[in-house]
Design a protein around this ligand. Structure first.
Ligand SMILES: Nc1ncnc2c1ncn2[C@@H]1O[C@H](COP(=O)(O)OP(=O)(O)O)[C@@H](O)[C@H]1O
Ligand SMILES: [Mg+2]
Length: 258
């Protein structure tokens, strides 16, 4: 994939996310309003119950749509910057799945090319999405490092892993797309996984101008929340239940980020 194609792909994603928000999202919100009015006006307790069930389902759909939009658009990246956007993704995965997360980021990345930022952010999104969808892990960790002019992203989980054989007819473009994107920028993606032994993903991207940044281990929760400039509050319904609190074994290195 060429750089030009990558840009076109990002533009297209932005357009789709805008349309989903402005059209599908708005339509669902109007529907919610009508259902709310219907529930209020109804004299029949049975009908009221049904309408309320429909509203609960609708709220879940709105929540799903909001997550899809957030994944499509790099708005979070634009508003927060790469490191805070990564922290947010990690925190959300931990919150939505109940997994324990450890995150290890440099204080700063210095000046990084916009395309590189997007590539790292998209790789983070895809690998975390895979952890949520496939891994059945209890713990995961994410690390970004500056290594001799290269940016290194490491994402680990302790889930079921995969052998890489799978069904060849299955269409899975996530890792493939990531490889192409990173290769177009001169980098490499390595995935190490074995059945039952978890998965490790390593992305290396050459970056000439990254300043040597200090590393520190941080608990995601302790990071100050930055408000998003254009938060789309109208799509905020349907929040997920909080994950169950897990006991962290004394020897485990994973920190609870809820
Ligand atoms: N962290 C993971 N844990 C377990 N299996 C994984 C993980 N990441 C990827 N996989 C496996 O690799 C396959 C390919 O992943 P991907 O290319 O992202 O496609 P998709 O997520 O659309 O299935 C997945 O279908 C899954 O079987
Ligand atoms: Mg995937």
């Amino acid at each position: 994939m060429s750089r030009h194609l990558l840009q076109a792909q990002e533009e297209e994603r932005k357009r789709i996310s805008r349309e989903l928000h402005d059209e599908t999202g708005q339509g669902l919100m109007v529907l919610r309003l009508y259902l709310g009015m219907l529930a209020g006006d109804s004299d029949s307790p049975q009908l009221k119950l049904k309408v309320e069930e429909a509203m609960t389902m609708l709220d879940r759909t709105i929540g799903d749509l909001r997550r899809i939009i957030a994944r499509l658009s790099p708005r979070t990246l634009e508003e927060l910057g790469l490191l805070a956007a990564i922290r947010k993704e990690v925190r959300e995965l931990a919150k939505n799945t109940g997994m324990k997360a450890q995150i290890n980021l440099p204080d700063t990345l210095g000046e990084v090319d916009r395309e590189i930022e997007i590539a790292i952010y998209r790789s983070v999104q895809e690998s975390l999405h895979n952890i949520a969808k496939h891994s059945q892990a209890k713990n995961f960790s994410l690390e970004v490092e500056n290594q001799h002019g290269a940016l290194c992203l490491l994402v680990d989980d302790d889930g079921i892993g995969f052998s890489g054989k799978g069904n060849p007819r299955r269409q899975s473009f996530g890792l493939l797309g990531m490889r192409e994107r990173i290769a177009a920028l001169g980098g490499t993606v390595r995935v190490r996984s074995r059945s039952g032994r978890g998965t490790r993903l390593r992305v290396m991207l050459p970056v000439a101008q990254v300043a040597g940044a200090r590393k520190h281990v941080s608990n995601v929760r302790s990071q100050p929340e930055r408000r998003r400039a254009h938060e789309h509050v109208e799509l905020k319904h349907g929040s997920r239940p909080q994950p169950a609190i897990r006991t962290v074994k004394p020897h485990t290195q994973y920190a609870n980020v809820h």
